[in-house]
Design a protein around this ligand. Structure first.
Ligand SMILES: [Zn+2]
Length: 152
């Protein structure tokens, strides 16, 4: 009985070779470092790397006529000295963007009259923004017309 494997196979650390046309083919050496994050697509004869965050698969190598060809797209998935990154470029960008946002926002506790707090809440609700956004908008407007250099 002939079994045709057409489904994408997850690479196992215990078996760092795959079968192509009945022949055992050794995978690129870097696969060993993170074997389970690599997949092999028998239909396309392509080795894929899975991003740890979005779980998407990215083509990295293509097997043709006895050798592996590097087909990875550096803009989508970064190659390193020891193989490939754990995350795709898109997820790295998202991570960086979140870090920047976090570092740019500061918490400030202020004491305001009840009337003012009520006004801020009503205005923010009417404009569909958060209290912080509303206050930021007021301060930015004041900042635009204030020449700090002259005041300091
Ligand atoms: Zn990703």
């Amino acid at each position: 009985m002939i079994t045709v494997m057409t489904e994408i196979q997850q690479i196992n650390k215990k078996n760092l070779s795959i079968e192509i046309d009945g022949q055992s083919i050794t995978l690129p050496a870097y696969v060993e470092r993170a074997a389970s994050t690599y997949y092999y697509d028998p239909t396309a004869q392509t080795l894929k790397k899975r991003c740890h965050i979005c779980k998407q698969h990215y083509d990295v190598e293509h097997y043709l006529e006895g050798k592996w060809d590097d087909i990875h797209d550096e803009e989508k998935y970064r190659k390193t000295k020891s193989g490939y990154n754990s995350y795709c470029e898109q997820c790295i960008d998202k991570k960086k963007a979140r870090q920047v946002q976090k570092s740019e926002i500061m918490k400030l506790t202020v004491y305001l009259e009840q009337e003012i707090v009520r006004f801020i809440k009503i205005k923010a609700t009417l404009e569909g923004i958060s209290n912080s956004e509303y206050i930021s908008r007021l301060v930015k407007a004041d900042k635009n017309i204030t020449d700090l250099v002259k005041l300091l």
